[in-house]
Structure formats: structure tokens, C-alpha cells
Design a protein around this ligand. Sequence first.
Ligand code: COA
Ligand code: AMP
Length: 641
Amino acid sequence: MSQSSADLFNQIHARSLSDPEGFWGEAAEDITWIRKWDKVLDDSNAPFYRWFAGGVLNTCYNAVDRHVEAGRGAQAAIIYDSPVTGTVQTITYSELQEQVARFAGALRARGVEKGDRVLLYMPMIPQSVVAMLACARLGAVHSVVFGGFAPHELATRINDAKPKAIVSASCGIEPNRIVKYKPMLDAAIEQADHKPSSCIIYQRPQETASLVEGRDQDWAAAVAAAEPAECVPVAATDPLYILYTSGTTGQPKGVVRDNGGHAVALRWTMKNIYNVQPGEVYWAASDVGWVVGHSYIVYAPLLTGCTTIVFEGKPVGTPDPGTFWRMIEQHKIGTLFTAPTAFRAIKREDPDANHLKKYDLSHFRALFLAGERSDPDTLHWAEDNLKVPVIDHWWQTETGWAISGNPLGVHLFPIKYGSATRPMPGWDVRVLNAELKEVPRGDIGAICVKLPLPPGTLPTLWNADERFKKSYLADYPGYYQTGDAGFIDDDGYVYVMARTDDIINVAGHRLSTGAMEEVLSSHKDVAECAVIGVADDLKGQVPLGFVCLKAGVTRPHEEIVKEIVQLVREQIGPVADFKRAVVVDRLPKTRSGKILRGTMQKIADNQDYKTPATIDDPGILPEIAVALQSLGYASAHKGEA
Ligand code: COA
Ligand code: AMP
């Protein structure tokens, strides 16, 4: 039996590559189309591939209305559980339809039509999901910005997406503070060159935001005055959303997602990767500001007719490390998806899992982890205590769903710790060397994917076709470059080891050290700087800054460090988690002037390193080690390894 389901998966995977049009054309039958496609895969403008060209549908209809029409109206669509406000609220599919249609009407009354962008800066409340779906209903393009980003980052996104309207809330709630969104939104609009014509603000009881006359409108008033809007037909290839993600500079990349391929792919993944059926309760413990939130809090569970969870809290401290188990028991959650960092946080506070023992988790079936490398310790701990499959799967904002994973709905492959298992259907994963040749199994190289990418992946970057080609397609012609390095073993298992660029992963959040360096360089006393990601027991990685001061600066170093830490918080936001920096005399560089960040990181993490042959002055490395030791890193450093 198990042998035959493994064979079945192998057949499915092989077919998805040899006959992508047949494979995805069949998968598309699970979606309701207003008009079927002319062509499953349109490669006439390669490398810009389009899925389901000629097809017409509405994503909101498929996620909401369709289920009401099919008799799921009374079923919970959303369970909102907010330990930080003491709220639990259920919204049925019928109620969701009503709320989404009305909010879409409110947006339309403010001039939002098909193709217009709407920026969302929202906390984890059901209104965020309502606003996303309302955009989808109108064929407008939403762009959600995570609440932990500062006004400057918000302004960058406003300038790039040029939204007609912005939807926000008066506040978000972190365990230790109320985060007032409205002043940050006002500051961002002030900074931005593009000015949205209207803002709709959801006033929460914890904070009342002041509204700008003529521009801002209260959510409740806007909805009360609105006529419900019907679903607008859109082309399968029309954009559903833009989600900005860190690139190598301070200018984030606007990842575009289409309507048709996205709906088809996500619906397929729920059945085949997550093994989740309509009517079940599915929880992605993430945030709507991240891709996991887009795909697996909002679209995939709702496209499937599941109940999705909107959780406003943290795995620990709201109120204790038993919160996740309480949620699973209370809401009958069958499948949980989160980042390993959440489990590290729980394990740290409750290593013996005493909290877990208080709850009945007998209905719980599987845990999925992604967003960063899963460390074997955490995986073992989760397996031992939950006694269900714990599945690491690997994906990116760009891909929208898993590149590699363990397809629980077809076959559970034996788990190998440190591997995100096998490439999923549609993904032709190859590991390449600098000569663009495939490396032997087991050898590390750049993980690339043979084009075309499957449906649901980015067709391009927003208004930046050239940047799309340069960032992802130029270095390895014919392939998509994931930016991750790793290897594939003899059984075809994928191991993702590290990024090949300057992106770091902090608590499952993707951040650019280049963007942080841009902020550090803007400080008046800083001559040059470097930011690296160092290993962290809880968050996987945390950023660490090195600054060289301009000649003649005599102010105390602690003062300057404090200022640059504050500057990153103000410019990028608390999510950057930039808390530590050190002043050094010089930075290690190659003779051509390239800062040796990789070597610095190895020293910090006590890894073996070789002094690069191209180094300009090897004497700087011990100085860096001493500086790192002052921050509690590089404890094992005794000179060159
Ligand atoms: N709005 C405003 N600020 C936010 C925020 C939001 N939506 N989310 C986080 N922040 C702030 C935090 O309050 C913190 O601020 P501080 O420096 O004043 O303490 C800072 O940003 C860093 O946040 P984070 O890295 O999340 O740390 P944390 O200590 O608050 O929580 C974890 C750590 C591990 C518990 C948390 O990151 C977590 O649950 N992660 C797993 C789930 C997840 O988010 N996955 C993402 C992709 S799947
Ligand atoms: P994001 O775009 O924020 O989802 O971040 C994507 C990046 O996170 C990937 O390119 C990887 O570097 C990392 N990542 C995500 N999932 C995994 C995983 N399962 N194992 C290792 N790294 C991962």
C-alpha cells in the first residue's frame, strides 16, 4: 500500500513535468470558471509564462460565494481568536459573504475599480481578511504591508504600488504595547510622493484614531452606507495581489500573484500536500502580512471550504506556552502550519511539554513547518510530544506555495531531518554550479528550478519586468534562481542550507541586511558599515551591525550604537529586530573592496573558516573576533581556523 502510494506520487510528479498542461488543466476543474481558458500554459512571451490564458474567474467568488451556494453558508469560515484582547468570534461563510460584499461596495464608493491597487496595513483581525477578499471581489489588487514595518517602508510601498485607497486599523496589539497604526500611516503618506485619494480606518476599541477630513473614513460608517458589490469577472492572468518582499537593497520587490494559476495551485495543495478536506479546520499561525498568511490563512483554506483561524497572539506569553494547544483543542484544529521559531519559543518555555498534556489533541493530524530551516531538535521535540507527522516544507514569497515538501495527501515519505523532502509536482528542481552545470547528488550548489514555474508562482515583479529577469532568471538561463543554496541526495530529497545573497531570516521573517546597511550609512557619524546575520537559538538568525566612524568622531560608542539601533527601528521597523551593533576601526575586505561578510558571520557563529586568499589585510579578522566577543559571539575564536 505505502509502496504504491509512493509510486503514485512519483507518477504524479513525472506527469506534472512531462504534461504540465494536462496535469494543471485537470487540477483547474476544482475551480469555478466564468469562462474556461484558451490555453493552460501560454509560453508565447517566455520567459514571462502565463497560466490559464483566456480564462475568466473571480477569486473571491471561489473563496466565499461558491461555498454559500453549495450549502456551506452556516459553516464557520473564520474563527478569530485573540488572546491579547480576550476575544473569540466565529464568522460563517454567509456572514463573510455579506461583510465582503459590503466592504467591496464601500471601496467601490471610494472609486476603487478593477485593476486599482489598495494597500492594507492591518493587524490580525478578521477585517483584514474581509478587506483582502473585497479587493479580490472587485478585481482590485491588494498589497498587504506587515504591521511591524515602519512608516518609511510603508512609504516605499505606497510609491511603488500607487494605491488608490488604503485600508488600515486604529491599532495592532503586541503583548507589551498597543501599536498605533494611524500615526504611522499618516507619516508614511506624508513621506510618500504618491497620495492615495482615500483611507478607510477600522476603529478598534483599544484605540481611536483621528481621521483626516476628506481623506479618511471610518470603516463602520463606510460599510453602513455601502451597497453590496457583486463579484467582478477578471482574467486568470490579471493580478490578484502584490506582496513586497526583501531584496538585496532597500527597494523591496513587488511579487505579483495572478488570479487563475493561484486559485488552481492553492486548491491543489490543500488536498495533496496538506491532506485537508472541505469543512475541516486549518490553522496557519502566521500573519496576513506574509506570504504564508496570504496563501494559508486566507486563500487556500477558503478556496477549499475550510474553516480558517485568525489568531492574534504569540505562541508564548499570551498567556502561556499552552496557547497553541488550547487553540487546537478548542477549535478542533486538524492541521497547523507555522514557523519553527514558534516551536523553539514554546520548547524553551515548556521543555517538558507540561502545558500540552492538559489538552485533548486526539483529533490533531499534522504539523507543517516553513519559513526557515527546521532544526532537528525542534522537529524531534514536536514529533515526540504531538505524535503526528511533522513536515518541513520549503517555499518563498515568490513561489506562493511549497517548492519541496512531503505530500501528505498522496504519500508520506520517510522524514529525513534537515531536509524539506521532495520537489512537489510542477517543480523541476536542479542544483547547479557556477558553470551552469548540474552538480552530482549530494554536492552543494545553487538551487534552481527549470522554467516554466508552475501555476501560482510569480509571473513577474510589479512594474519591473527587467528587475524580475535580472533577479531571478539572468544568472542561470532557462532556470529560476531561488537564492537558496543546498543539495539533493540520492533519494531525491532537497536540503536547503543557506541563502546565496544577503537575505537573512529572523523568526521566520525575511529581511535584507543590505537594507539595514543603507540605514546605518545614513547616520551622520558612520563612515562605513556591515550587517550580518548571526545564529540565534530562538529566532534562527538575528542581525548584527558593525560600524566604522568618520574621522574625528569622539562621541561615546554606546551613544552611537543606541542611535543606530533606534534608526533601524524607525526606518525599517521593530520587525528587523536590529538590537546589537559594535564600533570597529576597520572592516575586513577583499583587495577589490568587497566586505567579507561571510567570513565575519563564520567567526561570529564559531564555524571553521579559511582566510580568503583575496583578503586585503588578514590582521583585521582577529579585531572583528574581539569585537564580536564583546557582544557574546565568537567565543571559540583563537585566530585563524
Ligand atoms: N506589529 C507591530 N510590531 C510587531 C508586529 C506587528 N504585527 N509583529 C512583531 N512586532 C514587533 C514585536 O513586538 C517585536 O518588538 P520588540 O522589539 O519591541 O520586542 C519585534 O517586532 C520583533 O518581533 P518578533 O521577531 O516576532 O519577536 P517576538 O519576540 O515578538 O516573537 C516569536 C517571537 C518567535 C514568538 C514570533 O516571531 C513568532 O511567533 N513567530 C512564528 C510565526 C511567524 O510569525 N511566522 C512568520 C512566517 S510563517
Ligand atoms: P519568505 O519569502 O519570507 O517566505 O522567505 C523565503 C526564504 O526562507 C527561502 O528562500 C529560504 O531561504 C527560507 N526558507 C523558507 N522555508 C524554508 C525551509 N523549509 N527550510 C529552509 N529554508 C527555508
